[in-house]
Structure formats: C-alpha cells, structure tokens
Write a protein that binds this ligand. Sequence first.
Ligand code: ADP
Length: 633
Amino acid sequence: MTATKETHVFQTEVKQLLDLMIHSLYSNKEIFLRELISNASDASDKLRFEATKDDALYEGDSDLHVYIEADKDARTITIRDNGIGMNRDEVIANIGTIARSGTKEFFGQLSGDQEQDAHLIGQFGVGFYSSFLVADKVTVTTRRAGLEHAHGVRWESTGDGEYDIETIEKETRGTEIILHLREEADEFLESFRLTSIIHKYADHIPFPIRMLGTPMPAEEGEEEKTAEIETVNQASALWTRPKSELSDEEYNNFYKHIGHDYEDPLARLHQKLEGKYEYTLLLYLPKRAPFDLWQAEAKHGVKLYVRRVFISEATEDLLPRYLRFVRGVMDTNDLPLNVSREILQQSPAMGAMKKGATKRILGMFEDMAKQASDDNTDYADAWKEFGNCLKEGIIEDNVNRDRIAKLLRFSTTQSDEQTVSLETYVARMVENQDTIYYITADTFAAAKHSPHLEVFRKKGIEVVLLSDRIDEWLSSHLTEFDGKKLQSIAKGELDLSKLGENAEEEKKEHEEAVKSAEPTIEKLKTALGDKVKDVRSTDRLTESPACLVADSFDMSGNMERILKQAGQDIPSVKPILEINPEHALVKRLAGLESESDIADYADILFDQAMLAEGALPEDPAGFVRKINALLTQ
Ligand code: ADP
C-alpha cells in the first residue's frame, strides 16, 4: 500500500467526457445532485447486501442514510453516505476511468450537435463526473466498510486532466464528496433549492436523505433554537407503494434514476403478483434504444431485489436476451438473502419471475399496439427502436413465438413504412390465397424493386418486403402464421395459377410461350454451364427478362452474402436462372446462332439478374463491356 500522495492523469475518455459534459449539459446542471445521491444510494444497497453475510460490516451503525450540507461561507456542498465506500484501488478504477464496455463506440457516436450529444451523454450516464458541472474542485474521502481506519482514501481534482490520490485516516466508513462550487453555481447553496431538487429526483430513493432544517425563529425571551436534522425525501422503495399513491412524475423520476436516462420512458408496467411466487415488477420501456443495444455485451437493465434488499444489477437471468432494453426492478419475497448469486439465479422462483415478466412485457406491447392510431404513435416509435429485438424474440422464444409474431410490423408492396402486421396482411389476402409471400434483400430499395415482384404486382397480391439483416433468420424461424405458410418468392417454384383475374386465360398463353422457349433454355444451359443449377421458364416476371431464385431448400442468395460478409467460409449455392419466355430479349435469343453471341447474351441475362438482387456480377467490367458491345451493334 502506498501512503504517499500521488498524481494520476485521467483516462482519455474521462477527459473527453468531462469536456463534453461541461459544454453540452450547461442547461441542466442540477442533475449533479441526482447522480451523487444515486451513487450514495447504490453504495448503501451494496453494503446492505454484503452485510447480510457479514454483519460486522455495519461497524455498529446500520442506520443507512445520505447527509447533505451546504456551507455558504466555504461555498461548498457536501454529500456524505455511510454505504460500502471504496478502497484505494477501487477509487482509481471507478473515478478516473470509465470501465464500461462500449465506451469507444460511444464516443464514436457523438455528433458534435450539442442537443443530440446531451441525450447520448445522458444515456451513457455521466454519474460521478457530473460533479464538475457545478464544481471547479471536487474532494472525495472514502473508506471501504470493514477496512481499518488507516485505509481511508482522499481523492481530489479540478477536473482538468489530473487527480491527486492519498491514503488517509478515516474513522467512519462510506464516502464523502465535497463540491467546491463554481461561481455561477451559487444558487445550489440555498437549502430550499437543494430540497426541491431532492423532491424532484430522489423522493423514491429508499434511504433517508437528511439535511439540516431551518431553525424556528426564537420567540422573545427564548434562547436561540438550534436547527434539527430532517429527512427530506419519502425514503421508501417506490415499487412497494400502491399505484394509486404514485404520480407519473414520481414514476418517471424513478425511471431516470435506474435507467440513467434524461428522457421520460415511453411506457411502464407496475404489478404485484401473488401466486405460487410473490413478486413485484416495475418495468419501463425507454423512449430510445440504449446506445449499446447492438453490442455483444449490451447491458441488461433490470435490477433484482429480495425483500427490498438490492441483490444484483443488470442481471441477465431476469429477462430473455431479446428484452435487454427493458429497465426496472423486480423484487421478490421468495428468495433467501444469504445465499450466493449463482444459487439465486438457478432457483425456480427466478425462473417464474422471468416467465411472468416476459409475458407482461409482451402484454404491454400488445396494449400499445392496440391503442395505436394517427394520434398515438407510441407503438410505431417503440417498433422503430426495438422492432429488431422483437424479431430476435421470434428466434429465441419458442413459447411466446405466436404472440411476438402478432407484434411484428413490416413494409410491404402496399406500404413503405414498417406498419403492416401479419394480421392485416392476412385480412387483405386475395381470393384463394393461402400463403404469406415475402422477399428478402440487402436493402429496402432492392426488395421493393425486385423483378420477383412483377407478377405479384400484376395480380394485386401483397408481398412483405424484408431488408433487415436479421430478417433472413426471422424468416427461417417464422414459417407459419395463423395457419398460413410464409413463403419466399425468391425460392423454389411459384404457382400463382389459381390467383388473380383472367388466371385461366393467362395460364394458356404462358404455356404456349414456355413451349416455344424450350430450345432457348437448352442454349442457355449450355452457355452458363456450371454457373447455374438449372435454367427454367417462369411466369413470375412480366417486365424483366430473367431473375435468380434459390432452390426450395437452399440458402437464399442474400443470406449467402450476409454470411460471407461476416467472414464465414461457406460453399456457394448455385442459383436457378428463371427466364421470362414472353420477353423480347429472350425471344431475340431464340434467333441467335453464333455461339459467342449466345454466350454473351446468357452472361448478360445472368449478371442483370444478379444486379437486380443488389449484388455485383462476378466480373463487373466484363458485364459492362458486353452491354456496350450490344448497345453499339
Ligand atoms: P455509475 O454510477 O454509472 O457506475 P459513476 O461515474 O457515477 O458511474 O460511478 C462510478 C463508480 O464509482 C460506481 O459504479 C461505484 O462503484 C463508484 N462510486 C461512486 N460513488 C460512490 C459512493 N458514493 N460510494 C461508493 N462507491 C461509489
């Protein structure tokens, strides 16, 4: 252990964060108090949890609380807790660095636009560093519960790149933070200002927040009265209070505390469940996706409490992965306190909570979807942020697959926006249609303009347009809805002969064209050789001469490209070239004799079809040369 005073430099990211924060969050400086109280509350939670196994950690003082004091003469605000405290290594690791995963990506996302960045910074959580919004010097003294008095730590910084750290004697456990206020932050020295911030942001903190009250004025002849210490907040766990007593504002402030968010949530769910297991859920849907939603180690956002004692944060055992964006608290009476987290996490009570919470979150989405209208865009907004997570749910959650399927919203040939549910699709199916048709492509434009859609347009049949990366996986897991099969229109043979008007007549015409195209197909097969699995006529094209399809059980071309881009070494699947026997280009081919002409035509047809899928021909320059030769003929 080093007893000497040392000077350390902040991690680069901390410097960046401090700099950004001071310049972007100028309008909302009061949040520093929320953040510091929040940390003090977490520290008390941690102590209470550790003390369930080792009572000695209380050091004879189990009255956990936060004390706040303003000193007008010294121009300081002090925030003191008797929570878990920190040892020297913890101080260095926790305040001076940002250890969170995704920090680099976070800084990459910052745009330079102050308002937008303020949101991001809010999501990221400024925590302790928000002290520097109001202070030009911050002094922290702390001692971890259970350590000897000689193992206290003093940390001090002016927020400009460096901090000092020193080992000191500290009698009481826990953390004391002294903010030496900037001149323009003097308003925070007024105790009414502090109490109003505490009411606004910290009423729900389950520990008492105490301040020195204002003394009653002394009556004539009386001795001067001394001020008494008062508890400023409600100091009860919010989720244990009855719904009827709670205002939207209280709910929202609690969300901001646990969700580390600036914005109000989009929706919430507060329920006490009594059955075989007893538990309370207070869960929120954020307005925006957390910045790390798509990173492998995305933080889960639900905290576990047992009989109001905090057990663990952001645990993955409380909700399935696809619901990782949900924030909130689950509290149960049915788990023992003094066993390890590992044992807790395997208990049947945890399993029951996870199942129950999942169901209710899906119920919350269903309610939002039901209420959707031109004036109520909540569900549409939620879909934009979390739709792809719900798609993961189709893959991950067998039990709830049917419910989740109803929550999905798609673009289709009738709607560019992702607003069409499968129920709506089914209700709009044409006569005799018994299949839900979809197409997958790299981009929305490629899907929307795919030649595969031509016959569907002609017959007025709606097709679901899938262009998100996850859609390939989605479609392989979602094979049926409401008794109707889902079918890719770019796979296998297509039989639409029963659908649409004039079906009989068209069928006859087409059959004749198919017959006359037979010699052309033979020519193409010879010319393309190994490049294709087969060449055949199709009635799915009305304007384009050709398209590529995958065999019914082969991987789609789009899937193959996604996997290859992801670096997977997979064998190429040969596509089937389908031609439109009625197209002028195909008819022209029938009249060609020269082998090299036929080969060029065949290549052009094949490469065009490739381009229409949004992929590049194998030899782009060759393609261009052949087209140009044709154009100048
Ligand atoms: P966050 O709270 O989001 O983790 P902070 O920057 O606010 O980020 O705090 C970083 C870490 O410092 C906390 O996770 C905690 O481990 C530690 N810490 C902060 N304040 C306290 C405190 N009052 N008592 C004990 N530990 C604290």
